[in-house]
Design a protein around this ligand. Structure first.
Ligand code: ADP
Length: 293
């Protein structure tokens, strides 16, 4: 049996349960993001693989997808649970000609793309928790991990990784994540196609990324981010290596930094980096949303 779409680069033998990868390749063939899709049934980390490929001059828009990750990465050395057969783990190689400080803006536009795509496939309101997570009904549905390699003051490449909990059943979540994580299937009660999630995200990402290349982090992107944000107007606590700051999240400045007004009336400016954000009222959010939906 021949599988004409299976690329020579594909290190994984054809897997009949994953025909959606070939469909995704066909859908993205003429586009920038996804013109090359590499698939692994098992990998340590799609971000690690994409980074190695980027070092070897893989083209911009190359996408690495895995069915499972043994060392899925979160921010700041944390890990991302990545069981097989259920979820989406995907990394994209980007080569924007931008300066190093602008790289954090890529995480913001990936958040827009992810929130839109996940709302689209689920019909539910998915929101961005600054800087890098997508929340649904007060629980973490997806995480974005942006890693960058620079040369001088410029970006050489960016690896944009996303993990989405798609068909992960609540009873299969590790105990430590049962209260804090969710999946599309757990919230909708339906199995959701991983092809639809991947295709939706790559489509939205292409739109936002090409608009970013044309116009930079424009007022339109900032407004769209604010519309989809789960944190604006809320009380938040930010943890940094040097301590914590609590206050009200006001919005993004033109560079994409989060502005937070503390109790003393002072406005602080945060770029993702070493910062973690906790919402003061996230439990109320779920109770309220459960009543609403
Ligand atoms: P933070 O939310 O603090 O920025 P990260 O974005 O780095 O953290 O994500 C890693 C954290 O997310 C882990 O420490 C764990 O608490 C949680 N987590 C790990 N895997 C998953 C998953 N598949 N779904 C939801 N949450 C997860």
């Amino acid at each position: 049996m021949a599988f004409p779409d299976a690329s020579d680069l594909d290190p994984c033998p054809f897997n009949p349960f994953l025909m959606w990868i070939d469909e995704l390749r066909t859908l993205r063939k003429e586009k920038l993001i996804g013109r090359e899709v590499l698939f692994f049934s098992e990998i340590d980390s799609t971000n690690r693989e994409a980074r190695d490929r980027a070092e070897k001059e893989a083209i911009e828009g190359t996408v690495v997808i895995a069915d499972s990750q043994s060392r899925g990465k979160g921010r700041l050395g944390r890990s991302w649970e990545s069981p097989s057969g259920a979820n989406l783990y995907l990394s994209i190689i980007l080569r924007p000609r931008i300066s190093l400080p602008a790289a954090a803006q890529i995480t913001l536009l990936a958040g827009i793309a992810a929130a839109r795509a996940l709302s689209g496939v689920s019909g539910l309101e998915c929101r961005i928790k600054w800087p890098n997570d997508i929340f649904l009904r007060g629980r973490k549905l997806a995480g974005i991990l942006t890693e960058m390699e620079g040369k001088g003051s410029k970006v050489r490449f960016i690896i944009l990784g996303i993990g989405v909990n798609v068909n992960w059943r609540r009873e299969d979540f590790p105990v430590g994540l049962r209260e804090t994580a969710t999946s599309l299937c757990a919230e909708t009660g339906k199995e959701i196609s991983r092809l639809a999630v991947a295709a939706g995200f790559l489509h939205e990402m292409e739109k936002e990324y090409t608009s970013f290349l044309r116009e930079g982090f424009s007022a339109r992107l900032r407004e769209e981010w604010s519309r989809l944000s789960w944190v604006l107007g809320k009380r938040v606590t930010l943890s940094l290596p040097e301590g914590t700051i609590s206050g009200q999240a006001l919005g993004l400045d033109p560079e994409g930094a989060l502005l937070v007004l503390d109790g003393g009336g002072k406005t602080h400016r945060f770029i993702a980096g070493e910062v973690s954000l906790r919402m003061e009222d996230s439990n109320f959010e779920r109770e309220a949303s459960e009543c609403f939906w």
